[in-house]
Design a protein around this ligand. Sequence first.
Ligand SMILES: Nc1ncnc2c1ncn2[C@@H]1O[C@H](COP(=O)(O)OP(=O)(O)OP(=O)(O)O)[C@@H](O)[C@H]1O
Length: 250
Amino acid sequence: MSGGQVSLDRRPVLRGIDLTVKPGEVVAVLGANGSGKSTLIRALLGLTPLSGGSTLLYGAPPARFREWWRIGYVPQRLSVGGGVPTTIREVVASGRIARQRRLRPTSPADREATERALETVGMAHRAADPVQALSGGQQQRVLIARALAGEPDTFVMDEPTAGVDAQSQQLLADTLSTLVDQGKTVLLVAHELGPLEPLITRAVVLRDGFVCHDGPPPHAVGAHALPGHDHVHPHAEEKPASPLDWRPTS
Ligand SMILES: Nc1ncnc2c1ncn2[C@@H]1O[C@H](COP(=O)(O)OP(=O)(O)OP(=O)(O)O)[C@@H](O)[C@H]1O
């Protein structure tokens, strides 16, 4: 076994993962409860330390990665600390931080990107409201808007459809479809793909910390498995750095 490994509480949770996400891919990480999906994406981003293997972000190990604006991470839930009320606009505007120079005031570009992101997720009219009282679907929209505001190249989303109403799921699908058309890269964890299904170009299925399928999404196996269906990247010869690259060290 070689590849990325993670142990939590001395228990192996990921047992050897070799995974490279290429620019423009829309990858769904699928698998049963506890199969290691969230741990995988957290480890890919360097948020959970590896006990074996290594992970690269646009060619750099997480500790040396400086271009965090290139990655928009959408966690499962908004964690709102303490009793200080935070407005929806403030949370969305925080998505610009990785793009801002230290101690520089907010620029018109920051404000425009924030407002655009609020519009995209249909929360502009609520922008001044506190985030504390939002439903699951509304929280998800705010988190997606925060990632959109940063105008990243790659979106990494942890269960963006879980516990979210059908309307918010459709909005997410429409938003992702626009991003995909712009050539953005997407890696998302899902239990059920729902309206996202047609957008997915590749499925990585985990079972007990192993990858048991890596290829066309399950529904498309027939068509995509045909010879001649190979995806050819127009700039393949340029070998662009992969957004998320998990290679074993040995
Ligand atoms: N902080 C932690 N400490 C110890 N064990 C953990 C920790 N976080 C997760 N685990 C365990 O690691 C395994 C994988 O968890 P993970 O959350 O990555 O799975 P998942 O596939 O995302 O599951 P779900 O679909 O339920 O979110 C589970 O058995 C879980 O109990």
